[in-house]
Design a protein around this ligand. Structure first.
Ligand code: CMP
Length: 137
């Protein structure tokens, strides 16, 4: 069993896609072990995406991620990190496979509906960014 962090971003949250997205994740074999909704501060968004701080899109990404509420979940399942990435589809919705979350609900490479951890070490750090161990059921 493995855990990963998922964020339903402000575009998908605002469009009322939480239920549809969680349904796809559950259908794909992932279970929600913790969940919370919040509106990220700029400081939180900058810290969460610090690895991208030198990229040209960084300030725009921070503005987008703070533009409305998000839903953050810890997902658990066999090979959860890879499985979640498959269900999400490619970062750019235009390149995402049909049926994936980003193909269905993403708009462009920035407003792409969801985030998912990309590796075991980042998953641990990203889960700890939002949750403590006692939040996980
Ligand atoms: P995510 O999987 O959350 O990881 C980093 C985010 O940066 C990504 O999804 C997009 O929202 C955003 N992003 C990645 N590449 C670009 C890009 N070329 N232009 C704008 N935003 C991007």
């Amino acid at each position: 069993m493995q855990r990963t962090l998922s964020i339903i971003k402000p575009d998908a949250y605002g469009a009322g896609r939480i239920g549809a997205i969680i349904a796809l994740l559950e259908k794909g074999g992932l279970r929600v072990r913790a969940a919370r909704t919040l509106r990220l501060t700029a400081e939180q968004a900058r810290a969460f995406y610090a690895v991208h701080s030198e990229r040209p899109f960084f300030e725009s990404l921070v503005a987008f991620m703070t533009s409305g509420p998000v839903m953050v979940t810890v997902l658990e399942g066999e090979d959860a990190i890879q499985r979640n990435r498959q269900i999400m589809g490619a970062t750019d919705p235009a390149k995402a496979e049909e049926g994936t979350i980003r193909a269905q609900y993403g708009t462009n490479v920035q407003n792409n509906a969801v985030h998912g951890s990309d590796a075991t070490d980042t998953a641990l750090g990203e889960i700890a960014f939002f949750f403590c161990e006692s939040d996980l059921v």
